[in-house]
Design a protein around this ligand. Structure first.
Ligand code: PLP
Length: 385
């Protein structure tokens, strides 16, 4: 293994978008120029082409591109009729948007715990959350499982519990587009799926972007209308209250170029995750991928040993030139805006424990072997101190 003290490497990026740009920059510039030249900046031809290619990529019948992953969730909830009196169950160990959109519509988010090994929604806690909803006189209307860090949630269990309770399932795949759950590609699981094309996501654009995936024809027609202020067939007769949530043509052009290399990048991410597993599996708890699932590794997130001072460790890594991040330092149920919403069962101990132990390492498809060895050696050294 490389000696930390003597190896000199380029500055290490947490997500190296520059490396991707070196690969496809010329094609990307041409694609952007084509949009500038044709001038159809709103719902131009690249938008429909992207929606078509995304549908082909994952096998969903319909894809509606939109402004970002939060609006994708919001559009889906509007189409599902989320509103006051409804409880919508969400994991606590996730990005704020998953719960935020529920509150937008006056529905009540109920926070559910996650599993320690996959970081995804715990089916047992989901069931406890349904009981909490009923106890509070709320109708448990739906659930938003999150595919955290790129790994699909435990859909077999979650879909069964949802079906038994007549709840819809909206999959928050902001981090997992491109992953597979037991033969089903993300985008084809549950009633609807949403994703984000935020620049650092596995499939990211050069700004904000998102999409909704679904099979239902009628709901697709509603979503299309909602995306443009609730317009009807006569565009100045709005038939419902909607929003302005279109994806810019420029971002669609960017995504088309990135989608062309996405399968190759997913394979690279998986190789890189496997290398981290081999380099670090004996000193930290490395992420688990259950049988039959794949991850797109939006993050490579380890759990540090009990008693390890994470801040001090991250500082040591930073001084060795290695960026790290903590996703997420505070579960939603204890954050200021969300702490008064109900929780499943007797608390969410796993979410709280994970938020104290997790650390995400640099992860992108262009991370070379020498750099990974350098990161692993520095982490081992930092753990020994
Ligand atoms: C789990 C999850 N849901 C929703 C979102 C929201 O996506 P966006 O930032 O595109 O609005 C994100 C983005 O980070 C996310 O990680």
């Amino acid at each position: 293994m490389a000696d930390v003290a003597t190896v000199s490497v380029e500055p290490i990026e947490f997500v190296d978008l520059g490396a991707q740009r070196r690969r496809i920059g010329a094609r990307m510039d041409e694609a952007i120029r084509r949009v500038v030249d044709h001038g159809r900046f709103i719902l131009g031809p690249e938008v429909a082409k992207l929606e078509h290619q995304l549908a082909e990529f994952c096998g969903a019948k319909h894809v509606l591109s939109c402004a970002n992953g939060t609006d994708a969730l919001g559009l889906a909830l509007m189409a599902l009729g989320a509103g006051p009196g409804q409880a919508i169950l969400v994991p606590s160990f996730t990005f704020a948007a998953t719960a935020e959109v529920v509150a937008w519509f006056g529905a009540t988010p109920i926070f559910v715990d996650v599993l320690a090994d996959t970081f995804n929604m715990a089916p047992g806690s989901f069931e406890a959350g349904i009981a909490t909803a009923r106890r509070l006189g709320l109708t448990p209307a739906g659930v938003i499982p999150v595919d955290l860090f790129g790994l699909p949630a435990d859909y077999h269990e979650i879909l069964a519990v949802a079906e038994a309770n007549r709840m819809w399932v909206l999959c928050d795949a902001a981090q997992s587009f491109g992953a597979v759950y037991k033969g089903s590609k993300v985008g084809t699981i549950g009633d609807l799926t949403t994703t984000s094309f935020f620049p650092a996501k596995p499939l990211g654009c050069y700004g904000d972007g998102g999409a909704v995936f679904l099979d239902d024809d009628e709901m697709m027609a509603v979503l299309k209308s909602l995306r443009v202020h609730g317009q009807g067939s006569d565009k100045y007769d709005n038939v419902r209250v909607g929003m302005n949530a279109r994806l810019d043509t420029m971002q669609a052009a960017v995504l088309l170029e990135k989608l062309a290399i996405f399968a190759d990048e997913i394979a690279a991410r998986d190789r890189i995750a496997g290398r981290y597993d081999a380099l670090l599996g004996d000193v930290v708890s490395v992420p688990e991928v259950p049988e039959g699932l794949t991850s797109v590794w939006a993050q490579y997130t380890i759990r540090l040993p009990a008693g390890c001072d994470r801040d001090a460790l991250a500082a040591r890594l930073k001084s060795a030139g290695i960026p790290t991040a903590v996703y997420y330092p505070k579960p939603l149920h204890i954050q200021t805006a969300y702490r008064d919403y109900p929780r499943a069962g007797n608390g969410l101990p796993v979410s709280e424990q994970l938020s104290a132990e997790v650390l995400s390492l640099p992860m992108h498809p262009y991370l070379d072997e020498a750099t990974q060895e350098h990161i692993a050696a520095a982490l081992r050294a930092a753990l020994r101190r």
